[in-house]
Ligand binder design. Structure first.
Ligand SMILES: [Zn+2]
Length: 220
């Protein structure tokens, strides 16, 4: 009885990503954690208290993760995982990093280009591999999130664009205040990006569906 992953998820049946630890490639990039040779810890905290952490080591085009997972009761196992990173050129100049999801589902490698990986099980994988739903999926939710993030960035004297690195702490601002605002902005941006991704997916599904119907009609 018990242990992580046992039993059925509560609620509507689909789990939501907000409930799990995740790593965000843009956030790692902005904090300098993707530079070849960089290594260090990455922590998650709740109410100012550290609740989980993993160790990261960056190479030229990949990131090595190592962490412990609880398998049952007090028994823990060491896990290592390597994630490829690709950099895609932006139209406005510069480039944006993405993770290549290392998941293998039913023998088929995932390989999706994603900004976030979720530690919802033994490994950090994309939300498609874990079939995670998002709590905020509406378009208005996306706009709201973007506005909130932009306001915080501008308050700190930064550019409104989410692809730009986060502005440094203004002199005279408490470190804790700055960290809280940064957390809020990253969170809002992540939600906006996820909502956008979902909209794009739905659109592609609709187009595929229409094409399939048209093909069926031609066959009939
Ligand atoms: Zn995946």
């Amino acid at each position: 009885m018990g242990g992580m992953g046992s039993g059925r998820p509560r609620g509507s049946g689909r789990r939501t990503v907000e409930a799990f630890w995740s790593i965000d490639v843009n956030r790692l990039q902005c904090q300098g954690c993707l530079g070849a040779g960089w290594s260090g810890g990455w922590q998650w905290s709740r109410d100012g208290e550290q609740v989980a952490s993993i160790h990261l080591r960056a190479a030229h085009d990949r990131l090595h993760l190592s962490y412990r997972v609880r398998v049952s009761g007090d028994e823990c196992q060491d896990v290592t995982e390597t994630v490829r990173i690709v950099r895609v050129r932006c139209r406005a100049g510069g480039s944006r990093p993405y993770f290549i999801c290392p998941g293998i589902v039913n023998g088929i490698p995932c390989g999706r280009r994603v900004a976030k990986l979720h530690g919802a099980g033994r490994y950090f994988l994309c939300r498609h591999c874990y079939r995670l739903a998002y709590a905020s999926q509406s378009e208005s939710g996306r706009d709201r999130s973007l506005r909130r993030a932009t306001k915080i960035r501008q308050r700190l004297g930064g550019a409104p664009a989410t692809a730009a690195c986060f502005p440094p702490k203004p002199s005279g601002m408490w470190q804790r205040t700055y960290e809280r605002l940064r957390e809020q902005a990253f969170d809002a941006e992540m939600r906006a990006e996820e909502a956008f991704e979902l909209q794009a997916e739905r659109l592609v599904a609709r187009i595929n569906d229409r094409q399939r119907k048209r093909a069926n009609r031609r066959q009939a």
